[in-house]
Design a protein around this ligand. Structure first.
Ligand code: TYD
Ligand code: MG
Length: 452
């Protein structure tokens, strides 16, 4: 093997023959470090993935959907697109402490009889045992190993022939022949492609865990995302118990499904009915609360939006939001002021999405405005009403996607009335909910506030 020194941006993986101050690819400063890479001979590199040979007719190739490995976890199966595909490489990313190791270990423990292997480069086998003791499951055939050298991992996988392997984490394992430090871009990339190869060769699925850096991208290379088949992102606020699993890339399924979990003392619990949990069971009507019929991915969720509007104590009023884009909040406040004649100049506005979840669906705009208005007037919104609609700059209510699903979910949860964008009213047999289409924010407000 020939050795060569290159300089690699630790942020995006761009390579240069000399040390650069600023990365020409991603624009980051001071991210280049020296790495020694070995150039393997090309023959080894160019092995084909998953069987070679002459071209075959597409219709002669068998597809076997039933081969997918059932993870015994509805939420995870859903995100994977119906189970894990044999020989696939799944990257499970997330911030430190969010619960990646817990999720991975728990999944193996729930597989019961199946022979599985958990390789940790971060924890000793005793630490793993301690963790496993907190989690429920009956793993009679789960092997654990604390190892950081890739070749040893490959050897043990080949010997043990497990049905599923977890590698925790990709940033802590390395190839002995490479001189660059463990966790560096070239190590991460080389290890990931070696594992990809192993997965295709043995037809064993692998879940590899990857840490996320503070910018929110997978630490190390973007290239990692290109190598693997599926990228799952585990996210949530550490101070809350809810966790969302999203597929960012999936060669074997859609990326619009999300899985929801709750972090408990004894591991992660699947949340199959998220709306019921996200709505706080508060029977007194409080001002500043509005319920949005939202959608995360393709999953309908009823979400409680809380607002607090109060007189600014000093100088510049504060605008702050959790779980909702702060710029969008400012935009909505400007719409309130300009289009609805609702002045909030010396008021602090705080916005919070209950449960610590982050919502990206623009259809919650209307509920955000309703919550703000309700708090400002200190009048509660009548219970049993929910809203859905994106708000445009002119104060108009714009249409949202998948309206039927939103209405059905609201009906299922016993809501009496749903306020929706004009032109989206649909007949849904079997539902009791009253559907009220509105064109403007002001029309929506008329439907909401109980007059004292
Ligand atoms: P962990 O899986 O170690 O996170 P990651 O691998 O993503 O860094 O989980 C971290 C947190 O989860 C830790 O603060 C403890 C908590 N936890 C529970 O609440 N319940 C449990 O059963 C376990 C195992 C962990
Ligand atoms: Mg961990």
């Amino acid at each position: 093997m020939k050795q060569q020194t290159i300089y690699v941006c630790q942020q995006c993986g761009a390579q240069a023959p000399k040390l650069l101050g600023r990365c020409p690819e991603c624009g980051a400063w001071g991210t280049y470090t020296e790495e020694v890479v070995g150039t393997t001979n090309n023959k080894q590199k160019m092995q084909t993935i998953g069987g070679s040979g002459a071209p075959k007719l597409l219709q002669d190739v068998e597809s076997r959907e039933e081969d997918r490995l059932d993870m015994h976890n509805r939420e995870l199966n859903r995100v994977l697109g119906g189970g894990l595909v044999p020989g696939s490489l799944v990257l499970l990313g997330g911030e430190p402490g969010i619960g990646k190791s817990t999720l991975a270990l728990q999944v193996l423990m729930q597989l019961g009889e199946k022979r599985t292997l958990y390789v940790s480069g971060e924890e000793s086998t005793r630490q793993l045992k301690l963790r496993a003791e907190r989690i429920s499951g009956n793993a009679s055939n789960l092997y654990i190993m604390s190892e950081t050298i890739l070749d040893n991992i490959i050897e043990h996988v080949n010997r043990l022939k497990p049905e599923l392997v977890v590698v925790d984490s990709i940033q802590t394992i390395g190839k002995a022949e490479l001189d660059s430090a463990i966790g560096s871009i070239s190590q991460v990339r080389e290890c990931a492609s070696a594992l990809m190869h192993l997965a295709k060769q043995t037809n064993i699925p692998f879940i590899i865990i990857g840490h996320i850096n503070k910018e929110g991208s997978l630490a190390g290379p973007k290239v990692l995302e290109h190598i693997v088949d599926t990228v799952l992102q585990f996210e949530g606020d550490q101070h809350y118990m809810y966790r969302m699993l999203r597929a960012q890339k999936n060669r074997f399924g859609s990326t619009s499904e999300i899985g929801i979990f709750e972090m408990r003392q004894d591991g992660l619990r699947e949340v199959n009915n998220p709306s019921e949990l996200l709505l706080s069971n508060n029977n007194d009507a409080l001002s500043g609360i509005a319920i949005a019929a939202a959608l995360e991915g393709i999953r309908p969720l009823l979400i409680e939006v809380q607002a607090l509007v109060s007189s600014a104590a000093y100088g510049t009023p504060q605008r702050s939001s959790t779980g909702f884009d702060a710029r969008r909040l400012n935009m909505l406040l400007a719409v309130l002021e300009k289009r609805i004649g609702f002045k909030l100049p010396q008021k602090d506005v705080f916005l919070n999405i209950a449960g610590g979840i982050r919502v990206t669906d623009p259809a919650i705009d209307l509920a955000v405005l309703a919550a703000i208005l309700s708090s400002n007037m200190d009048i509660a919104i009548e219970q049993g009403i929910c809203l859905t609609g994106e708000v445009g700059l002119a104060g108009e209510i714009r249409q949202v996607n998948r309206i039927e699903q939103r209405i059905k979910e609201a009906d299922r949860l016993g809501f009496k009335k749903i306020i929706i964008p004009d032109g989206q009213k649909v007949e849904l047999p079997g539902t009791k909910i009253e559907i009220v289409p509105v064109r403007k924010v002001s029309e929506a407000f008329k439907e909401l506030i109980i007059r004292k």
